[in-house]
Design a protein around this ligand. Sequence first.
Ligand code: PLP
Length: 229
Amino acid sequence: MDIRENLEQVQKEIVSAALDAGRNPKDVRLIAVSKTKPLSMVEEAADCGMMDFGENRPQELAEKQAQRPDLRWHQIGQLQKNKVRHIIDKVALIHSVDSLSLAEEIEKRAGVIDKIQDILIQVNISGEESKSGVKPEEAAELCRAISTLSHIRIRGLMTISVQGMSDEENFALFSRLRELAQEIDALKLDGVSMQELSMGMTHDFLPAIRAGATMIRVGSGIFGVREYL
Ligand SMILES: *Cc1c(COP(=O)(O)O)cnc(C)c1O
């Protein structure tokens, strides 16, 4: 597994997809999803200049962050309320907030350490039963409720697409997330901006960039296939 080579390849594809879409490649941030992978692989990617790393298990995020507090750590997977306290002082951005009760727990824990926590609202844009995320038609209401919490700043939306769809189908889904972000932005809620769209993984980051992604989350395309999760 040549991480440097993989990173160069992914970055090349980001640049060409962004330019094709008439976008500045610098407006697409690559998050290296290092879940289940050893710290040595994080170190290797960091040596190549990577700054942003994504984890889906709070425990693993906490452990890796303790070794590399200089990097930016993203919680991208489902977050249980009782795990918030383990990562609140370690996480740059929580991508997966999909309920008011989770936001209230983040508010409480961020308040204790006097932090303003950046979050994204995870939206179940595909409507698949199994996926987590708030329903698109409930996202604005959730943002409105969370906007009253003083230790949380909503920076945008996140979604996970469905496996096995064509680029065109993914592009249509991702475009709906962008439109939803525009609708929410128009509400001008306190502490809510819709600058960030976290969408696209190894198999679908090209249509995501075309649809306006500002953050893509790439795991296997950088670190190789995972044995579990
Ligand atoms: C694992 C994971 C990724 C990365 O998936 P790859 O297909 O390996 O790129 C991205 N986003 C989330 C939420 C994940 O859980």
